[in-house]
Design a protein. Structure first.
Length: 211
């Protein structure tokens, strides 16, 4: 009787399709390229002056900011709520620091906003890549964040330093939490394994002990 021939299935390699298609470009280099592109796109903003809407009250005609970074300025940054209806000491400290380095040169203040936005784009990529492991999709979403026209106001307007600065700290907080959650999950898995191994050892000892 003739036997039906069966084709042997290839052994599983343990590598999924997504792993096979992983790019050779390292993640850090993708983030660096994203930073360069974001800076290049928003670089023209450094060629503009301060605007008369909020920039005068926040920076260009603010005597506290023009005093640059000193102890009096730091105290004022943590106590001031006059120029804005909210408490934003880190924003004021960033303006003080920018005036310390660039003075009344508007291009330097614009440059700080551009640099912060470029860093934020890299942080969006790092956060999504950490959460999903998908490099190219994370890069695409981060590029959309970096180059979307809705970001122009926050980057090109010096007074919107609070926007790019708060986004930076918010993304850092999310990235830190994701890494903390992953480490906690690994520690939890190790703890469960240790408990099971101790239970096995205890059962073995109870079975083989002599009375």
């Amino acid at each position: 009787m003739r036997q039906i021939e069966t084709k042997a299935k290839p052994a599983a390699t343990g590598v999924s399709g997504t792993d096979i298609s992983q790019p050779r470009l390292p993640a850090w280099l993708m983030a660096a390229l994203l930073v360069v592109v974001a800076i290049a796109v928003y670089w023209p903003a450094t060629g503009y002056d301060f605007v008369s809407y909020d920039d005068e009250a926040f920076v260009s005609r603010n005597p506290h900011v023009q005093g640059a970074l000193n102890w009096e300025g730091v105290k004022w940054a943590f106590q001031n709520t006059e120029q804005s209806s909210y408490w934003a000491p880190l924003m004021w400290l960033s303006h003080l620091l920018a005036w310390q380095f660039f003075g009344a040169n508007a291009w330097g203040h614009h440059l700080v906003n551009v640099a912060l936005h470029a860093v934020n784009a890299a942080l969006v990529f790092a956060l999504l890549h950490q959460m999903t492991g998908a490099r190219w999709r994370s890069l695409l979403v981060a590029a959309l964040f970096a180059l979307h026209p809705l970001r122009v106001e926050s980057v090109a307007w010096v007074s919107e330093r609070k926007d790019v600065l708060s986004a930076c700290f918010g993304l850092l907080a999310l990235l830190a939490y994701v890494r903390y959650a992953e480490k906690t999950e690994v520690r939890g898995q190790r703890s469960e394994a240790e408990v099971r191994s101790r239970q096995h050892i205890r059962c073995w000892w109870l079975r083989h002990r002599s009375f």
